[in-house]
Write a protein that binds this ligand. Structure first.
Ligand code: GLA
Length: 685
């Protein structure tokens, strides 16, 4: 198990620390403090281009080698970032054409970070050069165990740029996709508003315009930008693979907030790493959902430094951030709790951002493991030290364990991007919230869940949930049918299959290509404003603990062979089906034509759990989060109390807790923010 920090040694030289005689002397103290905290890995160098190459062609990697040598003695491993997220100022001055142009045609200037156009040939050349020099100088250092590519790709709204080179690549991309202008015009529906083009050069980039661009063009633009970012990362990966084939490559991703296809990106990487703001969010199930999304990005071909099979959290915030209106301190034990949440969901490396609060730059009031004083007598350092000791023991047990899920929620980037376009049927619909309703119901019942794209092999899942795939490609629809045909249980919802992959609405009825699977047709849909509700009349197939409202969206469904599970209670579509089930091949296809409150989804999952033979990991009070990592003959359960008060758990058999070494029986009060790590033999609570 890797446990570490994000370290910026370039911040800690004279005059910020050290002495004129020994400007780098602070580094030794840092290493000592890290060793005492149980740190065994650091990530460094992700913004160090200006220090590596202060003037063009004048390289200096010696300082980083000296830091890495100090880590050799301390047996601390190193991950180096390629420094391409912060091109030096001299480069932007010499080649201003690398600076990105925004949708209004304005240049975004140098002097911060991420100011580059990913379609710039000049920038690609400079990146290849610095990555080659870096790998040549430090790639054989014995402490180096992995590379991180760039930093925060797509962050600060840098997914797209509108430079002339972006236009050139965009046209080439369109040409490769459509082959002929006629085909482009036909599939993009450019007859609308005289948008037809007669030459590739005429195809617009979606720059600021009087009104909305053609959504078919927009979705292609998003795909093109995503392909561009992934190609930029692949270019660096290829250089690194050539020079240091044994070192795996990763990248720090965020929970699907950035506009590129994270599954595609994960394919390019050897293993996934995540930036986690966990500690500043309040809802633990939302965090759990995001962790599961990130864990699910790469399910096969994982190559990690120690041969493990999960993901890393390469930036776990050690304290407060600096961009909220009020950046309060984290309460004691909270960092520990969220560290365990990450570990419990498959993390096999956790590094805290950042080692010490910087004295310079724009992030000086970010929480750090050390404060500005660097003394190591602060509260957070002491807490991290305790976590480090605990994880040292746990690491051995956790090695090679995985999360095994039999249920799955589908997600596709094309669809997510499309749902963000303006002119939606209901602008109050929020896909992330919709997904969370299903996720909460599984999570709160301790049923593990994966995320997957609709094109993945779904056959291993007993239950697949497909919330609002408004943009659904023909091939995706076919794969959903195949899954059900072969015995799977699929749950889909309103706002599904309104357009195909070309953003063309079907003339065969909604949901596009799936009316036979669900045995119904959605004749029309009625988006409701917030606060307005219809009600569901449940037809008895599953038990309802509450009156369930129908909110935000009501599909008026014409049944065509399906069983009706619930209908609407009022309005002109009163009595029409709101929820249905259809047998298709050997499986079942369930359709929910509306959105409801959380209790509905709890009831739904209780019913589906029985139907699909899904078992909760453990039975504990609802407020305790449970997850499990397993490998042959070993099952490790994590119980997390996210409350500010103790929670009573009743154990009917003696149980062994790895953290305290104690065995519990009978009632046990899990303290506020407390954690238990239990093994299989004794975990029958
Ligand atoms: C990202 C970056 C870090 C830092 C934090 C601040 O995680 O990778 O360099 O800027 O954001 O939130």
């Amino acid at each position: 198990m890797y446990f570490g920090v994000d370290y910026h040694p370039e911040h800690w030289v004279y005059p910020y620390d050290g002495t004129p005689e020994a400007p780098e002397s602070r580094w030794e103290r840092d290493v000592e403090l890290m060793v005492q905290a149980g740190v065994n890995v650091v990530r460094m160098g992700e913004f160090a281009w200006g220090c590596y190459e202060p003037a063009e062609g004048k390289y200096d990697f010696g300082w980083m080698r000296r830091v890495m040598d100090l880590f050799t003695k301390a047996e601390i491993k190193v991950v180096l970032g390629t420094p391409t997220a912060s091109p030096p100022v001299w480069l932007a001055k010499k080649h201003p054409e690398i600076l990105p142009i925004d949708a209004r045609g304005l240049r975004r200037h140098e002097g911060t970070r991420r100011a580059y156009c990913m379609n710039s040939n000049v920038y690609w050349d400079y990146c290849q050069r610095i990555v080659r020099e870096l790998a040549g100088a430090l790639g054989n250092h014995p402490q180096l165990i992995a590379w991180q590519i760039d930093n925060g790709l797509g962050g600060h709204d840098t997914e797209a740029s509108f430079n002339e080179e972006a236009r050139r690549d965009w046209h080439a991309w369109l040409k490769a996709k459509y082959e002929t202008i006629d085909r482009l015009n036909e599939l993009m529906g450019t007859r609308f508003w005289s948008q037809g083009v007669t030459d590739w050069d005429q195809a617009p980039m979606p720059m600021a315009a009087p009104t909305v661009h053609n959504p078919a063009l927009l979705i292609d633009w998003m795909r093109f930008c995503s392909d561009t970012i992934v190609a930029f990362a692949r270019m660096q990966r290829d250089v690194l693979r050539e020079l240091t084939p044994n070192l795996p490559v990763t990248q720090n991703l965020r929970a699907l907030t950035r506009l590129f296809d994270h599954f595609d990106m994960a394919e390019v990487m050897d293993f996934v790493s995540v930036d986690s703001n966990a500690t500043i969010k309040t809802k633990s199930a939302e965090l759990a959902c995001e962790i599961d999304m990130m864990r699910s990005l790469k399910k096969t071909n994982i190559r990690m430094p120690d041969g493990d099979c999960g993901f890393w959290v390469i930036e776990q915030k050690a304290g407060n951030v600096n961009w909220q209106e009020v950046n309060s301190l984290l309460r004691p034990q909270v960092v520990r709790l969220f560290t365990y949440q990450l570990v419990s969901r498959g993390a096999c490396g956790v590094l805290y951002f950042l080692w010490r609060q910087p004295r310079i730059g724009s992030e000086k009031f970010y929480g750090g493991v050390l404060t500005h004083t660097g003394r190591g007598d602060n509260r957070v350092y002491q807490e991290i030290k305790e976590i480090g000791q605990e994880l040292k023991q746990l690491g051995r047990v956790l090695k090679g364990t995985r999360i095994a899920a039999e249920s799955c929620i589908l997600t596709s980037h094309d669809n997510d991007w499309n749902l963000k376009f303006v002119n939606q049927p209901n602008k109050y619909f929020n896909q992330r919230e919709h997904v969370q309703l299903f996720y909460n119901a599984l999570h709160d019942r301790n049923i593990p869940v994966d995320f997957a794209r609709p094109t993945e092999d779904l056959s291993k899942y007993k239950l697949v949930i497909a919330p609002s795939l408004q943009l659904l490609a023909g091939g995706e629809a076919d794969l959903l049918k195949l899954y059900v045909q072969n015995g799977g249980t699929l749950v889909a919802t309103f706002n599904t299959g309104l357009v195909d992959e070309h953003h063309i609405a079907p003339d065969t009825g909604f949901p596009h290509d799936l009316t036979d699977l669900f045995g119904l047709e959605v004749l029309e849909f009625d988006p409701l404003p917030p606060g307005e509700e219809n009600h569901l009349t449940i037809k008895g197939a599953f038990a309802a603990t509450h009156l369930h409202p129908a909110k935000l969206w009501c599909d008026a469904i014409e049944p065509k062979g399906c069983q009706v599970l619930a209908s609407y209670a009022k309005d002109f579509y009163a009595g029409r089906p709101a929820m249905t089930m259809n047998s298709f091949g050997q499986g079942k296809a369930i359709y929910i034509g509306t959105m409801s409150h959380q209790f509905f989804y709890y009831d739904l999952i209780v019913w589906l759990r029985q139907m699909c033979n899904l078992f909760p990991l453990l039975k504990v009070p609802d407020t305790v989060e449970v997850s499990m990592r397993e490998k042959e003959n070993t099952r490790i359960y994590f119980l997390l109390n996210h409350q500010n008060s103790p929670v009573r758990i009743s154990f009917f058999k003696p149980m062994h807790d790895f953290l305290t070494g104690k065995t519990f029986t009978g009632n046990y009060d899990l303290p506020p923010h407390g954690v238990l790590v239990l093994d299989e033999q004794t975990a029958q609570a």
